[in-house]
Design a protein around this ligand. Structure first.
Ligand SMILES: Nc1nc2c(ncn2[C@@H]2O[C@H](COP(=O)(O)OP(=O)(O)O)[C@@H](O)[C@H]2O)c(=O)[nH]1
Ligand SMILES: [Mg+2]
Length: 365
């Protein structure tokens, strides 16, 4: 399905350092799964999941294929971007195309690295960027409202719904709040998403700290954590520089280095997982001797649509899904064992796939 996460932030906060670390780690793992850097600033990254390795071990799968997430390094945001300063419009167009925003905030002091505003204040930086997104949304809405006036007058139902949602959004934006704060009814969700408002995208704050603070965070990252909690957004603490160093090590060296730093898990893994949570994504697996593979779905997806992630024909001709939960697959040492223990279920069209399900789809051609 290709979920995309845009890395945004003021200049010199560590976006490219982070992006390089992410994609270098990905290309180092490329021997195991198809990987590509689509453009210089777009990269696909494997979603780390230890469950996949365990399943593959039991099934003796020849190939392990993790599910992937796309990261985009979106440069050029400065104060005034919504007015076309810096890379302005290009930047805004890039954000429109992502599902969520990883907002990198500088939480490190370093006199050698210039801050655009001459002081390190991540909360104020976050506000600067959010303000640009809010202004850009207001301007685009005002234009679009004018454009649909005639359709609304003509009684076009869709246009009337759009106008109502646009006005709801504008009312919130005019108070200086992001479109994320608008409460949207179930029936309006689809039309709402079509508005593609920049400030409606979920945000994950990435607190970029120095090496010494990587394990514990610091006073600045704590301020960000408090802000994120208040807004209902997520946050992770990462040292982009360390991640870049780790990305150049082999797995064993990396594990040693992490231990020295007092970290249990690479920050990039935490970042990717947090992105996954933020987007309400889940994983199901297909497992066999040829390959063990992870697939991404939205939480709440039903079996035919989950099958459709693999191939459109699977969805169209869906008959049923032979389903084993991850725990049962492990506990009974694989598909045959689970089957013998009566732990394989035949699930139909209305089954809501659960995170970790091992699925085998039956379908008509
Ligand atoms: N001291 C320190 N410097 C960092 C850290 N992360 C990035 N930098 C440096 O800050 C500068 C800007 O980083 P870059 O990734 O290019 O920022 P971008 O403009 O947001 O893409 C570079 O010189 C990086 O080496 C960090 O955690 N600590
Ligand atoms: Mg950069």
């Amino acid at each position: 399905m290709g979920f995309r996460m845009g890395i945004v932030g003021l200049p010199n906060v560590g976006k490219s350092t982070l992006f390089n670390a992410l994609t270098r780690t990905a290309s180092a793992q490329a021997a195991n799964f198809p990987f590509c850097t689509i453009e210089p600033n777009v990269g696909e990254v494997a979603v780390p999941d230890t469950r996949l390795d365990k399943l593959a071990g039991i099934a003796k799968s020849k190939q392990i294929i993790p599910t992937r997430m796309t990261f985009v390094d979106i440069a050029g945001l400065v104060k005034g971007a919504s007015k076309g300063e810096g890379l302005g419009n290009q930047f805004l167009a890039n954000i429109r195309e992502v599902d969520a925003i990883a907002h990198v905030l500088r939480c490190f002091e370093d006199d050698d690295v210039t801050h655009v505003d001459g002081r390190v204040d991540p909360v104020s930086d976050a506000e600067t960027i959010e303000t640009e997104l809010i202004i850009a949304d207001m301007e685009s809405l005002e234009k679009r409202l004018q454009n649909i006036v005639r359709k609304v007058k003509g009684g076009d139902k869709e246009a009337i719904q759009q106008e109502r949602l646009m006005k709801d959004a504008l009312a919130v934006l005019e108070e200086g709040k992001p479109a994320r704060m608008v409460e949207v009814a179930e029936d309006d969700q689809k039309a709402w998403r079509m508005l593609q408002l920049l400030s409606s995208k979920p945000v994950l704050y990435v607190c970029n700290v120095n090496e010494a603070d990587a394990a514990t965070g610091n006073a600045l990252s704590e301020k960000v954590a408090a802000m994120a909690a208040e807004q209902g957004n997520g946050h992770v603490v990462i040292s982009a520089q360390i991640e870049e160093e780790i990305s150049q090590l082999d797995a064993e060296e990396a594990a040693e280095f992490l231990e020295e730093l007092g970290l249990e898990e690479a920050g990039l893994d935490r970042l990717i997982k947090a992105g996954y949570d933020l987007l309400h994504l889940e994983t199901y697996f297909t497992v066999g001797p040829k390959e063990a593979r992870a697939w991404t779905i939205k939480t709440g997806t039903q079996a035919p649509q989950a099958a459709g992630v693999i191939h459109g024909d699977f969805e169209k001709g869906f008959i049923r899904a032979e389903t084993i939960s991850y725990d049962d697959f492990i506990a009974h040492n694989g598909e045959q064992g689970a089957k013998d223990a009566g732990r394989m279920r035949a699930e139909g069209k209305s089954y809501t796939v659960k995170d970790g399900d091992v699925l085998h789809f039956l379908f008509n051609n």
